[in-house]
Design a protein around this ligand. Structure first.
Ligand code: AKB
Length: 323
């Protein structure tokens, strides 16, 4: 039996992960944790329990863990990279003080914890191509600083107290269900919305800016499979490189134009996002995730593009928004 608390259940990852966990662990209790102002709605609200779960309130998290006999916490609360540059202290509070709260509850109440890291945990000194699992990190963004610290702190709780902490370094995530907000890779979602709406897309990252990206079903699969993995085979824990595709704006534009030939894009580079993107790898090497827990993505740029356009047409042009 799995009883899971998803902190940040109404966000881009959380909204899909919570539904997937409810389908996977039908006899478990999968609690959608949210903060006031981002209450769950629709299927997310109706298909299982929901509780206010502010990561900065350790007592609140502990009470939910007791109430539902939680054994696993997915800690998804975070400010993304561009927002974290603007609000660094708030990012530190959510990402670091919030993480300590979760890890302390997990230590006391014997929960496993998944807290995502990111391609943002790397920096300009990191090898950019086939970025190895274990390499120089030294990020230059506040987001990256908190992500490296997340990896180190999560490993420390594992080695010191035996808390079962696990994590992946997510690429930019693309989905048609819930929009991201404040990230450097958000353009790779927004470009699909513009294309389907018949609007010109103004791209905030420059031609030739290659970044790892991933379709949401693969990201959800990674999070669930890693938490299910046999710990005897895990050499690493916090955090695994996972990859499925790497592209620059021109490549995703070309992939969309195969389906929507009239689509137009122009560049208006945002210096903050561009500086962050320039400090991140082009493409990670995910051999350790493949070997240690069988990671294998299902989507590439072409298959993702076909699926995104199909679902966005249903959502934006016919108004249907199935989960
Ligand atoms: C961001 O752009 O900040 C995130 C990330 C890559 O972690 N999507």
């Amino acid at each position: 039996m799995k009883n899971v608390l998803v902190i940040g259940a109404t966000g881009q990852i959380g909204s899909e992960l919570t539904m997937k966990l409810r389908k996977t662990y039908r006899h478990g209790r999968i609690v959608a944790g949210y903060i006031p102002g981002s209450e769950p709605k629709g299927d997310l609200l109706e298909s299982g329990p929901a509780e206010q779960a502010n990561v900065c309130n350790g007592k609140q998290i502990a009470e939910i863990v007791d109430k539902y006999d939680i054994d696993t916490i997915y800690n998804l609360a975070a400010l993304l990279s561009a927002t974290a540059e603007r609000l660094p202290l708030k990012a530190w509070d959510i990402q670091m003080n919030g993480l300590i709260n979760v890890l302390e509850v997990a230590r006391e109440k014997h929960c496993a914890v998944f807290t995502p890291s990111s391609i943002g945990s790397f920096g300009p000194d990191t090898p950019r191509d086939n970025t190895p699992q274990d390499t120089i990190q030294r990020p230059t963004s506040m987001y990256g600083v908190t992500k490296v610290a997340t990896e180190l702190l999560s490993d420390w709780y594992f080695h010191k107290y035996g808390v079962d902490t696990r994590s992946v370094r997510f690429p930019g995530l693309i989905s048609y269900k819930t929009l991201p907000g404040g990230g450097t890779t958000d353009y790779a979602v927004e470009i699909y919305y513009a294309a389907v709406k018949g609007e010109e897309f103004v791209c905030p990252l420059a031609h030739g800016t290659f970044l790892d990206m991933m379709y949401m079903p693969d990201a959800i699969k990674a999070a669930v499979n890693l938490m299910e993995a046999d710990p005897r085979y895990l050499v690493h824990r916090n955090s695994f490189n996972i990859a499925s595709m790497s592209f620059d704006p021109e490549e995703v534009y070309d992939a969309i134009r195969k389906h929507i030939p009239t689509f137009k894009m122009r560049y208006e580079v945002d210096p903050v996002r561009q500086a962050i993107a320039d400090s991140w790898p082009n493409k990670m090497d995910d051999v350790c995730a493949r070997k240690e827990w069988g990671w294998a993505p299902s989507y590439n740029l072409e298959t993702m593009t076909k699926d995104m356009i199909k679902h966005l047409k249903e959502k934006l042009l016919t108004g249907s928004n199935e989960q």
